[in-house]
Design a protein around this ligand. Sequence first.
Ligand SMILES: Cc1cc2nc3c(=O)[nH]c(=O)nc-3n(C[C@H](O)[C@H](O)[C@H](O)COP(=O)(O)O)c2cc1C
Ligand code: SF4
Ligand code: SF4
Length: 255
Amino acid sequence: MVFYFSGTGNSLAIAKRIAQRRGEQLVDIAKSLRDKHYSFITAKREPIAIVCPIYYWGLPTVVISFLERVQLPGRGNPFIYAVFTCGGSIGITDRQLTQVLDNRGYELGAAYSIKMPDNFILSFNLLTPESEVPKLLEQAYARLEHILDAVEVRRSVEHLIHRGRFPRMASTFAYPIYKCGRSTEPFFTNSSCNGCGQCERNCPIGAIKLFDGLPTWITTHCVLCLACLHRCPQKALQYGEKTSSRGRYVHPELK
Ligand SMILES: Cc1cc2nc3c(=O)[nH]c(=O)nc-3n(C[C@H](O)[C@H](O)[C@H](O)COP(=O)(O)O)c2cc1C
Ligand code: SF4
Ligand code: SF4
């Protein structure tokens, strides 16, 4: 079984490939939370994958909320593994996930990471030029093959995880900024907004509603997945003053 969360499609593309290759069910974490669907049945000895992006060297809040509620098949100790997609490195997110699972009586068996196009445009511009995206994605899928080999034998492999420099420091100092931040206040739309409603449909937590054809944020905080920002066809959606001059990224399979 493959549980995934994705804002701009990288993690979805990886999760889909894992599910297809292994002939397993794909489960959208955000949808399960919205539907309050927390109970799942897996085949005997079927491994459980958790696939998600890295946010501020830690876990997306929505993934934690889901794992705090989900009932995983406990009998026979299923092999639980994580595949993180990131723009550069994961810090010690695997340890954070170990803790979250441990609180529920589950064990993280292995964690892997895959570098994909970085979609964090709140502090700097896109890191991967559009022309280099296909090559980076090709490398990502090649790495996934090695990860799937490791999953087959239920093994952690040190070189299949990018921790980056000073991983503990990165996660310890950056993650609280995310956890205590995530305000929806800086979101606004400019005059190019045509009221198409894509942002409302694409928000994984239903934080956006259209009123009189204009997107309005109905929650004070959100996951900060940036799906609304990157997937607006008019590039009308901004977060603070800096994003209007920055690029947008959507995985090709979501376009
Ligand atoms: C709010 C936010 C914070 C991020 N923080 C990190 C980070 O700490 N390290 C990193 O390597 N990538 C970071 N990224 C980049 C994403 O992890 C990466 O682009 C990921 O593949 C996006 O997955 P998705 O397309 O499934 O949403 C961040 C992205 C966002 C939106
Ligand atoms: S997706 Fe963009 S254009 Fe469409 S309603 Fe939202 S902000 Fe407006
Ligand atoms: S409001 Fe935008 S950034 Fe926040 S969760 Fe929804 S889609 Fe993601």
